[in-house]
Design a protein around this ligand. Structure first.
Ligand code: DGP
Length: 112
């Protein structure tokens, strides 16, 4: 049994309301939203971070970005930010690859 919270959510072991669900990818609301809309797009496959993806994951990485576009469209978002934090120093707190989809407030650049 995996100790990874996103594996548990993707596997249904921890109940969560998905805004998107398919064989490879799930999306759900972030527990600690930093903007009015804050979704997480997560592969069911456990990949700790984008730097750990391999050639074998090429199609899945493309799929994840298409799901980002799908959930954004479904939520009626036109302007949004897509972020993945890679490593603790970059702000990663959950070691399972995920894309944040953030929207509904002014975004600054460069990000903090
Ligand atoms: P990061 O810090 O980039 O690894 O982002 C992890 C995000 O995951 C953070 O914004 C909070 C969110 N999160 C952590 N645990 C849970 C959980 O159990 N449920 C949900 N929905 N989100 C979670």
């Amino acid at each position: 049994m995996s100790a990874c919270i996103f594996c548990k959510i993707a596997g249904g072991e921890v109940a969560s309301q998905f805004v998107h669900e398919d064989e490879e990818v799930v999306a759900f609301k972030d527990l600690n939203p930093i903007a009015p809309t804050h979704l997480l797009v997560v592969p069911r496959k456990h990949i700790a971070r984008v730097a750990d993806a391999t050639q074998e994951d090429e199609r899945l990485l493309g799929r994840l970005q298409l799901v980002v576009a799908e959930v954004a469209k479904k939520a009626g978002l036109t302007d949004f930010r897509v972020v993945t934090n890679n490593g603790k120093g970059a702000g990663q707190s959950v070691d399972h690859l995920h894309y944040h989809v953030i929207s509904g407030r002014r975004m600054n650049w460069p990000p903090g």
